[in-house]
Ligand binder design. Sequence first.
Ligand SMILES: [Zn+2]
Length: 312
Amino acid sequence: MNMENFERLVQIANEPALREHTIAYLAEHLGKFLKPGEKVMLAFREYKEGNISWLMEQAALRIGVVPVIWGPDHRWSTLLRQTFQSRASVVIGSPLILLGLTKLKKHSNTPLPIRKVISLGFPCLQWVIDGITKGLDCEMGGCFSVHEEGIVAGFACGHSWGIHVWEEFYGVDIVDENGVSLPDGTLGNVVLYPKSHPEVRVDLGDLAMIADTPCPCGSKTTRLLDIQVGKSLEPDICQLVLYLQSWTSILDCHLSKTEFGLEIELIVFPGEKLPKLPSAAKLVIRPYDPKSDQPFWYDPGIRWGEEIYHHE
Ligand SMILES: [Zn+2]
């Protein structure tokens, strides 16, 4: 990712006028499935003015919905407890946080009255969607936002898993590895830019295609399909993370390539079967500890290279 352009994009998204439009846009979408007085759990890493947690809170307040913010205590057990105690009917967070909540619910046998989840970033792989929707017995939607920086560029179509781009303010281009635009219906790297500054192009590190057929819902906006988050960054690591996350015995994992090779850290539910792991990996397995365990906040775009875990 071009960090200079990314920071510029964050700046543009946080200009007061666009921020106001973004809150109105989120309020419109949240208003389609939330009723005044209902609770929405906002499961994000941090809360500060202008970021996604703040924007969602503002949007919720605008339509009379009660936002519940996870944190500053970011333990998994706190997410479960807050979701249970608040009786939140909607949870918004990243796909892997939602998946973790699903596993915690099953493991602890806690009834949660959730009827809808909104995944941040994109809706994701089908098995993740299935795991969440079956595990929580709910519907799933998606918000096209970039990390947690307050950039909201679209929302999932209510009728399929495609994303409708918010074309009033954002444009999307699908390009090959040399940055050359690809025709609709071709899988490539997703580049996002603000309409007001088309030169500020940010390669998100995700793969997707632009639909070459109109959406069954009747909307004519650009629609993204086959979204594969983080795929263009480290495909093999991405695949392994998702494979590990697909095990109900694994609450969370963190993978990194270091000078020592592949390192894997896992939080697991004790007593359950674990997958066979690559022999090249240096491995740390920890049983889930409600008193201390926090999510690893899997976010390949930001984390890799920033934090390297060393285990003796
Ligand atoms: Zn649609």
